[in-house]
Design a protein around this ligand. Sequence first.
Ligand code: DLZ
Length: 163
Amino acid sequence: MASARSNLSTYDESNVPDASPLRFGIVVADWNRDITHKLYEGCFDALLKHGATEVNIHTVQVPGTFELPAAARILAGREKLDAVICLGCVIKGETKHDEYINNAVSQGLVNLSIATGKPYIFGVLTPNTHEQAVDRAGGKYGNKGVEAAVTAIRMGELYRSSQ
Ligand code: DLZ
């Protein structure tokens, strides 16, 4: 960390660190795959756009969002990675399944990040409706997979510089 006051950068899609030296994992859930596979496309393309190479992006598919933390941990144990991006979509329904899954996954990913020092990125949509999900998977609010990729690049660079 800098000891003097930094000139803070304005990070957006036009000001992202070079991802070419970094290695990424992407774990994508198949539940609501019309949404999650779009998140994946946006995420993967954004990593490439910022310099990542295909051989440095390792993808694993899992059945549902609940499986993301365990699979992310397995993938990080198998490959040398600077950040692991987890993509899913849990749509609110008649029961409380969304609360159980979202709480477990967000807690699981932050626990992994803190325990290992490696960034595990929460790229999970938690919409009330399918339409809200569409809006955030390449629709009117953009593609949250792109935001997850940019977050992974920034955090991956921080992780790499601390090794
Ligand atoms: C069971 C379930 C339900 C009801 N809804 C979703 C969902 O909206 N999004 C999602 O990613 N997964 C869902 N799942 C599946 C769970 O994530 C998980 O795969 C199963 O409970 C098995 O552990």
